[in-house]
Design a protein around this ligand. Structure first.
Ligand code: FAD
Length: 467
């Protein structure tokens, strides 16, 4: 039997293990933290649970406009200890659900850290395991190894997190009170999400962005729409401001910018990216190709250059999303176990930024279209004209749709709205299944609904015989 050893139990590792177990393979996960990995215990699940609390506060915004008297947002108090307790409980429960599911599927779970041992003749691999409980290190044989070790927050040498006032996103849930003035360093997806959530909770937020706008890798119209909302709600956004250092000064933090200016706050949240957990895996000694940034190099079926060694998830640097990590892991197992498998396709991956409002994207980007890389027609439909949006008081947001010039095939879209993560689905379905704008436009949508605007955008892209 092909023994499979998976290093890391995050979405890449555990979803791979479930596929391997389903195919009757002998499969073991070695995980040094807990089932579900960093995704469930420290990153994605905790942050989305935290944002769920901020959404509750958002529900109390502008109630007078709806004819509902309340004491206003100022009267709302957020109990950080309770919020953080809920975050931790939910993450732990999710981790134990995944653990139980893996055990039920027949996956062996080892608590410990692993690295590659020696590659013997015929590529029978040995994995060295150091158990968490302090027992002596030992080796296990494997026909197939999946490296799924994820990533950890990047630390700047002059901004060392202390867990008290200079924090990574993994440390914020230890705070007993919400910060008075949070300086978020980094305006990528993670920085924008936390800045949005804290702002909603009534915290004074300064967002330090090294680029000329927040979320520089996202659709420019969408990012600018969200930046406008942030500013209107009182967030201070410092564009073109690179942070060089963050230092403690008594009960304050001082952020030093590259141009000599400083920003003072009560806490700093470092959101300056992640580094892959690949340094201690013995990859170079084993001959596994690694990029200069430390990411494991893989092909589209998750193979590394060494036969029998696969890699998936954030440690590969392909696309840092749980959904992609899981698919890379599954593909690795289908390939390793001789199943028919289609290579990873990133063109149809839907992604969402959980700010308020949310920003969801799928398929080709505005940049692809503007640069001429992808010939496409496009429409951008503000939600202000949508009846449901008017009723719900939604004044910011839009649906953008891209289609092929002649055939009208839907090739991408962008949604900015509350719950854009749900609203992107019909566009993702269209892109994935090669639907045309005519087909999308002919779908009868609920009235009144935000999804009605998806069909309307498609209608605007329909061409008449005479066009
Ligand atoms: C704040 C934040 C919010 C996010 N929100 C979302 C979101 O909303 N949606 C989304 O799709 N994605 C989100 N992501 C991204 C998502 O969390 C990652 O893409 C996902 O965790 C990648 O899964 P993975 O299996 O590669 O790695 P991980 O989840 O990082 O798991 C890897 C595991 O490997 C273990 N490990 C490492 N080295 C070893 C070793 N030598 N031996 C044994 N075990 C080891 C680690 O302990 C870890 O548990 C978010 C990320 C962050 C930082």
């Amino acid at each position: 039997m092909n023994r499979i050893v998976i290093i890391g139990g995050g979405p890449a590792g555990y979803e791979a293990a479930l596929v391997a177990a389903q195919l009757d393979a002998d499969v073991t996960i070695v995980e040094e933290d807990g089932a579900g990995g960093a995704c469930v215990l420290h990153d994605c699940v905790p942050s989305k649970t935290f944002i769920a609390s901020s959404d509750v506060v958002t529900g109390y915004r502008d109630t007078e406009e709806f004819g509902v008297h309340s004491d206003g947002l100022e009267a709302i108090t957020v109990d950080a200890t309770l919020v953080h307790g809920r975050v931790r409980r939910l993450a732990a429960a999710q981790s134990s659900d995944i653990h139980a599911k893996l055990i039920k599927a027949g996956v062996a779970m080892i608590s410990g850290s692993a690295r590659l041992g020696e590659d013997s003749l015929g590529h029978h691999h040995k994995v060295r395991i150091t158990p968490t409980d302090g027992d002596a290190e030992y080796s296990v044989d494997a026909g197939t190894v999946l490296i799924a070790t994820g990533a950890t927050p990047r630390i700047l040498s002059d901004a060392q997190p202390d867990g008290e006032r200079i924090l990574t996103w993994r440390q914020i849930y230890d705070l007993r009170e919400l910060p008075e003035h949070l300086v978020v360093i980094g305006s990528g997806v993670t920085g924008a999400e936390f800045a949005s959530a804290y702002l909603a909770m009534g915290v004074k937020v300064t967002l330090v962005s090294s680029r000329d706008r927040v979320m520089p890798h996202e659709d420019a119209d969408a990012a600018m729409a969200i930046e406008r909302v942030f500013r209107t709600r009182g967030m201070q956004i410092m564009n073109n401001s690179r942070a060089n250092a963050v230092r403690r000064q008594g009960d304050a933090v001082v952020v030093e910018l590259a141009d000599g200016r400083t920003v003072t706050g009560s806490h700093a949240l470092m959101c300056v990216g992640s580094v892959p957990n690949t340094a201690d895996l013995g990859l170079v000694e084993y001959g596994v190709a690694v990029s200069p940034g430390g990411y494991v190099t893989t092909d589209r079926v998750s193979r590394t250059n060494v036969p029998g060694i696969y890699a998936a998830g954030d440690c590969t640097g392909v696309l840092a999303l749980a959904s992609v990590a899981a698919m890379q892991g599954r593909i690795a197992m289908w390939h390793a176990l001789g199943e028919a498998v289609a290579p990873l396709r990133l063109k149809t991956v839907a992604a969402n930024v959980f700010t308020d409002p949310e920003l969801a994207t799928v398929g080709v980007s505005q940049q692809d279209v503007a640069s001429g890389k992808v010939p496409a027609r496009e429409v951008m439909l503000p939600l202000t004209g949508n009846a449901r949006a008017k009723m719900a008081g939604i004044s910011d947001g839009f649906i953008k749709l891209f289609c092929r010039p002649a055939s009208g095939l839907v090739v991408g879209g962008v949604v900015v709205s509350p719950r854009a993560s749900e609203l992107i689905m019909p566009i993702a379905m269209a892109v994935e299944n090669h639907l045309t704008v005519d087909q999308l436009a002919h779908t009868i949508t609920i009235y009144p609904s935000l999804s009605g605007s998806v069909a309307e955008a498609a209608r605007q892209l329909m061409q008449h015989e005479s066009d």
